[in-house]
Design a protein around this ligand. Sequence first.
Ligand code: GUN
Length: 283
Amino acid sequence: MKIIDGKTVSAAVKDEIKREINDKGIKPCLAVILVGNDPASTVYVNNKKKACEYCGIVSRSYELKEDTSEEELLDLIEKLNLDKEVNGILVQLPVPPHIDGDKVIEAISPLKDVDGFSKVSVGALSTGAEGFVPCTPAGIIELLKRYDVEIDGKNCVVMGRSNIVGKPMAMLLLRRNGTVTVTHTKTKDIKSITKNADILIAAVGKSCLVDADYVKEGAVVIDVGIHRLDPEKNNGKKLCGDVDFDSVHDKVSLITPVPGGVGPMTIAMLMKNTLKAYYIQNK
Ligand code: GUN
């Protein structure tokens, strides 16, 4: 078993971006919007701002009150769509329940949709056209690439069908000639499917669900989940993923740890998408 070191790969990607920005003397800019003060979202947003600073990307931060109206948020997005200095716009999800998240996503100009969540971006990904790819699945492809994992002709199983991870992940693997199966909450006998996976992507949102019974000998396992644990009840462990690492680690060939696997890659790919947005807007 070998560990896929997302921290090191993420640092390498960010260093490449930093060098490129520095060499070209350009100033890409990302606008990050957070509505409310959900603690997990606040941490994610702060990490995104830190990564921008590291890479030489200007970050503009908009921290809006929990009771901000949908109209106010849509007005801000429209203003940022028109602002020539701003290359990428990101609204941290989820937004509070009184705001329609789909409306927010669609309000962002497709040219600045660095999350790749809009219908234009999803359509581009599905048809193979040029566009923004969601950061988490894009980061997973980057990890597989840098660890020389072949996708072509392999059985790839994606557990989970969210718009943010599962669905775009399946499309990206399919684009690279993987034979892709997506499992979800209504799938019968999930283990019989995951046991055939050469590449298994766990994005189910359930802590430690995937144990040795789910995986094939020698599989590559990518763990997208992140869950907080009570260290007193878990031998001092504070975090775990969707995969029960201790149960599967002797059986697999490669695996991403939690933390330090997929998580850092998401942010690195956001930096990459912001740079791409800059080039699209400054052709
Ligand atoms: N919430 C959880 N993941 C993401 C993400 O990738 N982008 C945004 N904007 N919000 C999220």
